[in-house]
Design a protein around this ligand. Structure first.
Ligand SMILES: Cc1cc2nc3c(=O)[nH]c(=O)nc-3n(C[C@H](O)[C@H](O)[C@H](O)COP(=O)(O)OP(=O)(O)OC[C@H]3O[C@@H](n4cnc5c(N)ncnc54)[C@H](O)[C@@H]3O)c2cc1C
Length: 460
């Protein structure tokens, strides 16, 4: 069927090749399946394959080749750049693939590609185990793992990719392959940080660690006037803190809640999310610093810590983000990002400051495609708003942040945080040496660039 076109005569035949549902425009469930996290993305695939297993992934890849239609791959649909969905092409929707098997003895979890972090954490925490996972429960394990994967446990156990022990992937020519340290080791190296460039991953296997189930976490809030002083203290404290201390800091809008004084509600405030995976007393220095107007920290289950940022990142809003790595979070930079933070517009906008360090400094750089030299902090700006009318001012605010950061930024923010997708940005994510190795891998596994709707590594 080379040169196949999708029309009324071919679709009924093609349906027989798939176990899962096929959705066309107008079908029930079509709009739900094509909807992704970022409401700025409104694309209409010609066909959506609701995959029921690896066989559907194989059939979908072969169909894309036959029809020469673009192929998009959706895990959890959280990619802010919206690559998971395409216009007029074929979309492989992996979200029905929800199986998770936990082996508590071996401390391994095997999960299918449609699982989200909320689902993964629930399954592993039933055994008191976890691995580094995304900070929002609705994020997919698939895109996050392939793009490095940053989470609250990273200062103890590294990024999510560092905890990947194997993956099963369908290649551009429809072969199901396994990648681990012992099988297709070159592919395994590239899957850990190189994104969805080499094929469609159907299963991920992760190393698990004893975590919780109770840990200490929450949020502390200070008026913005104290932010400069508190952020400097926080920076110095966390840079010297043991690996069990994690979290981040942010300028956010204070919610209209009882714990927030009326005069601060709806205003930008300074927040620290401190987390201790060890002794709760380790959080005392930051809890006692300055005069916060709310200290909402305490013992809580790890699965609740994983939900701390959910309310600030709801589905169905428009998103425009940037992130940069810096080696030194200098006083000058602290002042700059806080001044910019005062300009938050929508109640969901935020400037987020993420300390790295701990295990991330010790994991051998050569083990994965991830750029090890990105820096000591990731600084983020999140524009998240509701209506089309706000788009111009929100995007200008985020772009301005990008300009301000230019003199300080170092290349190497992992793909998961890099919403920009230009070729130079992708190359800089890895550095020249690792990029060249990734291009060689692309030449081997996808020389025709079938998997190009992503932060693309182009074959030579
Ligand atoms: C609210 C929010 C919070 C976030 N928090 C974090 C965080 O804490 N840490 C972090 O590291 N990142 C975070 N991210 C970024 C997130 O990890 C990336 O956007 C990631 O790509 C999301 O994965 P997904 O499967 O949900 O996305 P999707 O949009 O479904 O996929 C993104 C891309 O990944 C590729 N892909 C997806 N599944 C597969 C597969 N099975 N095989 C091959 N390629 C595939 C495709 O190229 C696809 O276009 C966050 C994003 C959002 C919107």
């Amino acid at each position: 069927m080379a040169g196949t076109t999708l029309d009324e005569s071919t679709i009924p035949v093609i349906r027989g090749r798939f176990e899962g549902e096929l959705l066309e425009p107008g079908d029930g469930g079509y709009d739900e399946a094509r909807t992704v996290f970022n409401a700025m993305i409104d694309r209409r695939p010609r066909l959506i394959v609701r995959c029921s297993g690896a066989a559907d992934v194989v059939a979908g890849i072969l169909l894309a080749r036959e029809t020469s239609l673009p192929l998009a791959v959706k895990g959890g649909g959280h990619g802010v750049n919206g690559h998971a969905v395409c216009d007029d092409g074929i979309m492989l929707d992996l979200s029905p693939l929800k199986r998770i098997d936990v082996d508590p003895e071996a401390r391994i979890a095997r999960a299918q590609a449609g699982v989200t972090w909320g689902e993964f954490d629930a399954a592993t925490q039933a055994h008191g185990l976890a691995t580094t996972g995304g900070r929002i429960t609705t994020t997919g394990i698939a895109g996050l793992t392939l793009g490095a994967g940053s989470g609250w446990l990273e200062r103890m156990y590294g990024y999510t990719s560092h905890n990947l022990v194997a993956a099963e992937m369908v290649t551009a020519d429809g072969q199901l392959v396994r990648a681990s340290e012992d099988e297709n080791a070159d592919l395994f190296w590239g899957l850990r940080g190189g994104g969805g460039n080499f094929g469609v991953v159907t299963h991920f296997e992760y190393r698990l660690h004893e975590v919780g189930p109770m840990v200490t976490g929450g949020m502390i809030l200070w008026p913005l006037e104290q932010a400069g002083e508190v952020l400097r203290f926080y920076r110095d404290w966390i840079e010297a803190a043991p690996d069990e201390i994690s979290g981040g800091a942010a300028v956010v809008t204070a919610p209209p809640e009882g714990s927030v004084p009326t005069e601060l509600q709806g205003k930008p405030v300074f927040a620290v999310i401190p987390i201790s995976f060890g002794d709760p007393e380790l959080l005392r220095p930051i809890r006692e610093y300055g005069t916060p107007f709310a200290d909402l920290t305490g013992p809580m289950p790890y699965v609740e810590v994983q939900k701390l940022m959910d309310a600030g990142s709801p589905w169905g809003f428009r998103n425009y983000w940037k992130a940069e790595a810096v080696q030194e979070f200098s006083d000058e930079l602290v002042d700059l990002v806080l001044e910019h933070g005062k300009g938050v517009g929508s109640p969901f906008d935020a400037c987020f400051f993420q300390p790295l360090g701990g295990a991330l400094d010790r994991i051998p750089a050569a083990a994965t495609a991830i750029n090890p030299s990105a820096g000591k902090w990731f600084l983020h700006v999140f524009g998240i708003w509701e209506t089309e009318e706000e788009a111009e001012s929100e995007m200008a605010w985020v772009r301005r942040w990008g300009e301000l950061m230019e003199p300080y930024a170092r290349a190497g923010v992992p793909l998961t945080f890099s919403a920009d997708t230009g070729d130079e940005r992708v190359r800089a994510t890895f550095g020249d040496e690792k990029y060249a190795r990734l291009v060689a891998l692309k030449d081997k596994y996808d020389p025709e660039n079938l998997f190009r709707l992503n932060q693309n590594i182009k074959p030579s």
